[in-house]
Design a protein around this ligand. Sequence first.
Ligand SMILES: [Zn+2]
Length: 407
Amino acid sequence: VPVLTNIGALARCLQAGPQDDADVIPRAALAWKDGRICWCGPEADLPIYYRNWPFQDADSALVVPGLVDCHTHLAFAGWRADEFARRILGASYLEIAAWGGGINSTVTRTRAADPALLRTRCEHHLAAMAELGVTTVEAKSGYGLSLESELAILEIYQALAAAGHRLVPTLLAAHAIPADFRDRRAAYVALVTEEIIPQAAARGLARFCDVFVEESAFTVDEGRRILEAGLRHGLRPKLHADQLTSSGGAELAAEVGAISADHLECVSEQGIRALAGAGVIAVSVPFASLYLGVKPLPARQLLASGVPVAVATDFNPGSAPSYHLPMAMTLACTMQRMTPAEALKGATIVAARAIGMDHEVGSLEEGKAADFALIDAESVEEWLYHLRANACVRTVRRGELLWEAAG
Ligand SMILES: [Zn+2]
């Protein structure tokens, strides 16, 4: 159906302008052809040319760009519910790891899992995300932590993309030091830089190279070596930075020209200045802040300094076991003091920039992909304020119906 009419409000989320301006058009219409938007604007201005096209009634819904979840750890086996109560009662990251939990416990289960089963689990997650209006997903490896297993996870993402999912793959071999390399850190860094990165890049399996820079994971120097190796093989840097401590992650992101620095709960003022100067996008992950009980990133300071702030789920089995991006957007409002418009642009055009997809998705304008969601709300503010299990009623990707609520 190429013309959607009776749109109550159309939030275009254009790249230009402040993040607080979602470019909302009341009483709008949207036309598309061959999966691309060819016109959008006030319905009263719909050109005569489109008036003979088949119409579809939006029933006064709010229409937003298909949501972009720009930070997920999509492929993993098992959950870690057994750690939840321990963490609530105050067990530290190191205590959880000593007890047999943490990232390495997911690595053990993921390595042992049948790839077909891992793929099926990813498909279930992606289908549930589509129901929430999400049409583009960044997916990290990082629960393999061996050459064979990291490539196997990226191959699953490649197969899902080939099957039509809008999936952007990131190599995160530097997620943690695997248990089998506990006393051989340098050997693991060498495995990442000399084997995993070159092979993943040569086979076109990843677009970005990510590193977890943190006291419990990789040092700034190790991170720099890994990200520079990625750059030599054409993989643009991303970082998990300054999550639990201010450890120079943001500064490293600026130094290596990362496309994004993610987490940033503990970013320093110097780090914020560095991000602004280098044009790095901050990716906020409010679920991780919520579940770990840490203060959220200083979104107001970042925005005031000229750093765009994306909003993502960080979907993973440990610190953020939810793919509910609209709920993360509401948390970005309440915990991070972002306005609803800032949260919406953070999960659309800014998120698209954070994964190099802004030429294709993230805003509703002529020439871009016809990826959008119909939301049962009168405004962006009402949507994100009135938290419901699901306010999305219809999701369209490449102009085709991806999901529709019953009735
Ligand atoms: Zn993460």
